[in-house]
Design a protein around this ligand. Structure first.
Ligand code: UDP
Length: 237
């Protein structure tokens, strides 16, 4: 078997990715497929950290529009990411893999609290699922992914989305939008291309972390993206 291109990667799985074709919540067959995909990456010899989103259940900014204070709504959003991480942990273990969920917000009876040194140890033997984002309101799990990728010394961030890369315009509204194979952090910034939210992108750029944007909708999308065989956009320093 050829040597994997990466030693350790960060994979950002949004909450939306876990709802499959549904409009809310968790879709078990989709979660099963993502679990199998993550197991394949780990089996190839790559250490895998995953930051799990929560948008399939709660988005703080949207919830705040109902009158709940933003900081509280964000705390509820962080709880949603813990639910998703537990669902993914369960699916990975059910499929014969080994996973450890860790939360930025301590809830010891549900999963381990995040600590960098412990996460680094777990990465040797387990797929490490990082819940709670940064642990702070007003942030997103994209920022959590960039932060953890930097501190856990991941070599790249793989951002699973609903589209197969970064386009020069929004492909949902611009029929002629062109997919870009490769660009630099600076080009993305200059052209105002939304790769991740601003705080996440700034962190990734500062840490000189490559970001690979790919579609989670394809079969084995994560393993293909990490192998470098799937359709994706590489954003690099
Ligand atoms: N959240 C937060 N701080 C963080 C990460 C997430 O407050 O560091 C909250 C925020 O309310 C966010 C929700 O958790 O809307 C779900 O996360 P996100 O929207 O990033 O999930 P995704 O879009 O990836 O599914």
């Amino acid at each position: 078997m050829s040597k994997p291109a990466y030693r350790r990667v960060m994979i950002k799985v949004s909450g939306e990715a876990l709802m499959g074709t549904e409009t809310y919540g968790l879709h078990a067959p989709t979660i099963g497929k993502i679990a199998a995909d993550l197991i394949e990456v780990r089996k190839s010899g790559v250490e895998v950290a995953v930051v799990v989103g929560g948008g399939n259940l709660i988005r703080g900014a949207m919830l705040a529009e109902t009158g709940i204070k933003r900081a509280t709504a964000d705390q509820m959003g962080m709880l949603a990411t813990v639910m998703n991480a537990l669902a993914l942990e369960n699916a990975i273990e059910a499929a014969g893999g080994s996973a450890r969920a860790m939360s930025a917000v301590a809830m010891p009876s549900l999963c381990e609290a995040y600590a960098r040194q412990t996460a680094l140890k777990h990465l040797k033997d387990h797929i490490v699922l990082l819940a709670g984002g940064t642990g702070q309101p007003y942030f997103t799990t994209d920022t959590g992914a960039a932060l953890r990728a930097a501190e856990l010394e991941c070599e790249a961030i793989f951002k699973a989305t609903n589209v197969d890369g970064v386009y020069d315009a929004d492909p949902r509204t611009h029929r002629n939008a062109k997919r870009l194979d490769k660009l630099t952090h600076d080009e993305a910034l200059a052209k105002d291309l939304k790769v991740m939210d601003a705080a996440a992108f700034a962190l990734a750029r500062e840490a000189r972390l490559p970001i690979i944007v790919f579609s989670i909708r394809e079969k084995n999308a994560i393993a293909d993206a990490v192998r470098g065989t799937g359709r994706s956009t590489l954003v690099e320093p």
